[in-house]
Design a binder for this molecule. Structure first.
Ligand code: FE2
Ligand code: FE2
Length: 309
């Protein structure tokens, strides 16, 4: 017997209602912390204090962490893919990559592992998302480097955790997270608008709430909250402006997957509000030089990311 049009074969999708503020706060409170954000500081200090003349001393610190060792070797072999024999010892890897790269790698590895644990089994292309996060971290450093010499790694960490709210959303409200992703794939709309409609909170605020609950530094909380509108940021506006531009650049180059589908044209990233914060006196020539340098860094980014995640 043929089924008439009035017979519905698939059951209608259960409507997901936005949740109350109280429930959001309760779930975020019970959300696991990121131990790496504390331990990273110690590992970095140790790497910094080790005598730079002695590669073997640095290699010794790295060897204690098997997952860092594996990533380091993968990175050196993918960045220097032209090498005739693959590198398989840490001393050579340290020689090729240099201490700066190693420090960044040491920082990224445990953070991404924590992110992965937090995200759990929620379906999403996480590997491409980690590439987005690390790509933004690397480009934040490049953007800020156009106006000042950073004295610490806080800008890099800020770039790395800017979309923390998306991971927290996947961990605390997985069904809402999946529904938002399903809808954004079929109706291209600003992600934050959809998050507000479906869940009742945006990833920016959710990330800030999480980082605040775990007493993480202000610069991280503010970055999570204002990375789409650095003009609203206070004390850390310069770093957050760099994160905004880095985020747009990485999305423009279609590197990784941020979970947002709208296309970022050249006009969007060159007109970003963050430029006014970084170059407040309309120094067009300086901005043009910075843009050219950023383009060059962006070209190298895919091969670096390939080795990292
Ligand atoms: Fe974001
Ligand atoms: Fe992002």
């Amino acid at each position: 017997m043929a089924l008439g049009p009035e017979i519905c074969i698939t059951p209608p999708r259960a409507e997901l209602a936005p949740v109350s503020r109280a429930l959001i706060e309760e779930r975020v409170r019970s959300c696991a912390r990121l131990p790496s954000l504390r331990s990273v500081e110690n590992a970095l200090r140790e790497l910094l204090n080790s005598d730079r003349r002695y590669t073997h001393q640095i290699a010794e610190i790295i060897r204690r962490d098997p997952s860092l060792t594996a990533r380091l070797l993968r990175l050196v072999n993918s960045v220097y893919f032209g090498l005739s024999t693959p590198i398989n010892n840490i001393e050579d890897a340290v020689f090729y990559l240099g201490i700066r790269q190693i420090r960044r790698l040491a920082m990224v590895t445990p953070v991404i592992e924590d992110f992965q644990r937090l995200a759990g089994n929620t379906p999403f292309p996480w590997r491409a998302f980690w590439q987005h996060c690390i790509g933004v971290a690397i480009m934040t450093r490049e953007v800020i480097g156009c106006v000042q010499t950073p004295t610490d790694d806080s800008d890099y960490v800020a770039g790395l955790i800017h979309d923390m709210g998306k991971i927290v959303m996947a961990a605390t409200f997985p069904n809402h997270f999946v529904e938002i992703q399903r809808r954004i794939a079929v109706e291209p709309r600003p992600l934050q608008e959809l998050e507000q409609e479906v869940l009742g909170i945006q990833h920016t605020e959710l990330g800030a709430l999480y980082l605040q609950n775990h007493n993480l530094p202000d610069i991280m909380i503010e970055t999570a909250l204002y990375h789409h509108e650095p003009e609203r940021a206070g004390q850390h506006a310069q770093t957050i402006a760099a994160v905004q531009i880095a985020n747009l650049l990485v999305r423009h180059a279609q590197i990784g997957n941020s979970g947002e589908t709208s296309v970022i044209t050249s006009e969007i990233w060159t007109d970003a509000s963050g430029w006014e914060i970084l170059f407040p006196h309309k120094r067009e020539a300086e901005r043009a030089i910075a843009c050219a340098a950023l383009h060059r860094s962006l070209e190298r980014l895919p091969s670096i990311l390939q080795g990292l995640v």
